[in-house]
Design a protein around this ligand. Structure first.
Ligand SMILES: [Zn+2]
Length: 303
């Protein structure tokens, strides 16, 4: 008897839960899983309400190190399409992504559709880390709006072929807005004296931006393409010398930069230390606000 009473109480609750949040099967929409927040913002902008876009990694987490929970793994492996960055950005997700691909989930790798930037000669300070070596592929493709335009065009095609989704009008609009954003940044950077366009960052994350807008990459606190590498005392000593020789105006810290280390560099060189959001979306969730904020922080600090 008690069991029956319990069922009567639970059943309406279950039904209410189902009706208040229709599953994707019920809405008939495809689910696109994107591996990190910034790429996710662009994909959301591209598809609008024509598909459900899910980003399992919480905004503000470090994509270089984030690892999924069992629930996240389920979401990822049940997607209709996975959109990922590639070039080893999603270090903690590699096993899950491989597992999804093996089980037949379609995958779009953004870095397969762009001109990948390679680490250039004299860009970083000498280090034993293999990521640091000249010629390594830079995964930070989202820090250039024109690279993101290439990603949008390629994804637009793949959404048609793989999901039967036509978002070409939205793609055209988004590509136009990315062009405008690029022009805005060009104009903003033009207000900065050329001699001031020098970047020292938490890790080697700003290469695409430097290449597009004419900044010199002086060095990085963690001399690597990922936040996960080690910093040696000799690397830091070399970086301090570079900061002074280049008369760098500011040192930019990022997600994953050690505050103790960056404060020490600031104190010893007399250069201001500014926090820069390179891997995190702003509260409004917009890619456009993200790059505008980034540019304003850089131009403001180096003026
Ligand atoms: Zn990074």
């Amino acid at each position: 008897m008690q069991k029956i009473v319990r069922l009567i109480i639970i059943l309406p609750l279950l039904l209410a839960a189902c009706s208040s949040a229709p599953s994707n099967e019920q809405s008939g929409k495809k689910t696109i899983v994107v591996t990190y927040s910034i790429l996710g913002a662009v994909v959301k902008d591209l598809v609008g309400d024509q598909a459900v876009v899910v980003v399992p990694m919480p905004n503000g987490q470090d994509p270089h190190e984030w690892e999924p929970s069992a629930k996240d793994i389920e979401i990822i492996t049940e997607a209709d399409l996975i959109v990922q960055n590639g070039l080893s950005l999603e270090g903690g997700l590699e096993k899950t992504l491989a597992q999804a691909e093996t089980s037949g989930v379609k995958t779009f790798i953004a870095s397969d559709h762009i001109t990948v930037r390679k680490v250039g000669q004299g860009e970083g300070i000498p280090s034993g880390d293999p990521d640091q070596s000249v010629g390594a592929s830079d995964p930070h493709l989202w820090i250039d709006p024109l690279i993101m335009k290439q990603v949008v065009a390629a994804l637009d095609d793949q959404l048609k072929t793989n999901l039967g989704l036509d978002v070409s009008n939205r793609a055209q609009d988004l590509e136009n807005r990315l062009d405008e954003l690029n022009s805005e940044i060009v104009a903003e950077v033009a207000t900065l004296p050329e001699a001031n366009r020098k970047l020292v960052t938490g890790h080697e994350s700003m290469g695409y931006y430097a290449q597009r807008y004419g900044f010199k990459l002086v060095g990085a606190i963690v001399p690597s393409l990922t936040t996960q590498a080690e910093v040696s005392a000799s690397d830091l000593a070399a970086l301090k010398t570079l900061i002074q020789e280049n008369q760098v105006k500011a040192v930019f810290t990022e997600l994953g930069t050690s505050k103790v280390v960056s404060d020490a560099i600031g104190n010893e060189t007399g250069v201001k230390v500014i926090s820069l959001a390179t891997h995190t979306l702003p509260p409004d969730g917009s890619y456009f606000t993200f790059l505008r904020n980034l540019t304003q922080s850089i131009v403001g600090a180096l003026r």
